[in-house]
Design a protein around this ligand. Structure first.
Ligand code: GLA
Length: 388
């Protein structure tokens, strides 16, 4: 992707509009802390190199016109009456952000933009969050809103919850906006306090491999909402014994006996969240000590918990994780993101990456009939204005 190509398209499509600026917003991969964000818990994602580029400028009208180079489609809406688009699904993330900014009291002027991205869609790598966060930053810059970055994160999440209708937590938007080069983000989803952590993977000779299973996350929305309400139900029941808890975040591993006594699936769901929060805390400590091997074991344990207790994995993700965990040099591997398809994340000694790539490229298609996509990612910067 080349900003110059987007600029040229902008000039062709919108010859009357103002000189544009260019904004980039990255995808993310979550290293540890899955399905904990909406339980007020801990997550540990990093922003990645694939991103969405926007070239946009004011147009002196009351309309927003958006051209997607990926879909080769133009979509537009009126700032006075922001409607949902059935035909151009991608545009709803941008519409939703404009809607939230206006509801938060900001005034927006008409804008034109061209956008293009290389984050695999349906890969669980947060192409939607990148779209929202990039649009939020672009709108803030063009309209001189001086909005705080964390406020833009919150509005982006709200856009997805209320306008797009997906009840996601805050992790993806936070990672896309606040990520930093060479750092992962240790985020407390209750207080939104965060710490940028140098993982040290590169320096210590490890790589982060992400493999897209090629399975688009089919069941994800309905099952995601079911998991959320099961967690809320678990909190209600646990309050009988632990009256002060507000979310599963407040339940520690010392209370696992109470958790295990919950009825049916609720015990399993709550157990995942409680142990996953603990894994994040232990993972951060392990990295502080440079213990990547232990961090890797936490990834393996996380996968087991997501598969058996939270039940959000699928056959293909399990096959990928099994291949990875069985390959020399791999210290840990798990599914990442919401589940039911999407990607896995694997920490591996650098010298073994090619061996893993060829095993995955041979064995996974043989077992599933699907060609996977194999990536090696380093931690990238969060959303930014490019001064090319
Ligand atoms: C999706 C959601 C996030 C988070 C993850 C699971 O990516 O958008 O908020 O809940 O699933 O950890």
């Amino acid at each position: 992707m080349d900003p110059a190509v987007l600029r040229q398209k902008y000039a062709e499509l919108f010859p009357e509009s103002h000189e544009p600026i260019c904004v980039a917003a990255p995808g993310r991969v979550n290293l540890l802390g899955e399905h904990t964000d909406y339980n007020d818990g801990f997550v540990f994602p990093m922003a990645i190199d694939p991103h969405i580029l926007f070239v946009g400028g004011l147009n002196g009208t009351n309309k927003v016109r958006m051209f997607s180079l990926d879909f080769n489609e133009m979509s537009e809406f009126d700032l006075d009456r922001i409607d949902y688009s059935k035909d151009h699904g991608w545009s709803n993330y941008i519409r939703g952000v404009a809607d939230q900014l206006i509801k938060a009291g900001y005034s927006l002027k008409g804008m034109d933009m061209v956008l293009q991205g290389d984050i695999p869609q349906g890969g669980g790598l947060s192409s939607s969050a990148a779209l929202e966060v990039g649009a939020a930053l672009l709108m803030s810059e063009l309209n001189g809103l001086n909005a705080d970055r964390v406020e833009l994160v919150k509005l982006s999440q709200k856009a997805e919850n209320e306008f797009v209708g997906v009840n996601c937590g805050i992790m993806d938007q936070f990672a896309s906006m606040m990520g930093e080069l060479d750092h992962a983000l240790f985020l407390d989803c209750r207080t939104l306090e965060y710490e940028l952590v140098r993982t040290g993977f590169e320096d210590m000779g490890y790589s982060v491999v992400v493999i897209h299973s090629g399975v688009k996350r089919g069941l994800v929305d309905s099952e995601y909402n079911i998991r959320r309400s099961q967690c809320e139900e678990a909190v209600q029941l646990l309050r009988r014994e632990l009256p002060n808890i507000k979310a599963l975040r407040d339940v520690g591993v010392e209370h696992l006996d109470l958790v295990n006594a919950l009825p049916g699936d609720l015990a399993k769901r709550a157990r995942h969240v409680v142990t996953e929060n603990q894994r994040v805390l232990e993972g951060i400590k392990a990295l502080e000590k440079g213990d990547v091997e232990f961090f890797g074991r936490l990834l393996n344990a996380s996968h087991e918990s997501l598969k058996s207790d939270y039940e959000v994995s699928c056959k293909e993700l399990d096959i990928l994780v099994a291949i990875c965990q069985d390959t020399p040099g791999v210290v840990g591997s798990r599914m990442t993101g919401a589940g039911f398809g999407g990607s896995t994340v694997t920490i591996i000694k650098k010298g073994h990456v090619e061996q893993l790539r060829s095993r995955v490229m041979d064995e996974y298609p043989a077992k599933t009939g699907i060609t996977p996509q194999f990536f090696v990612f380093t931690a990238s910067a969060g959303a930014r204005v490019l001064s090319e």
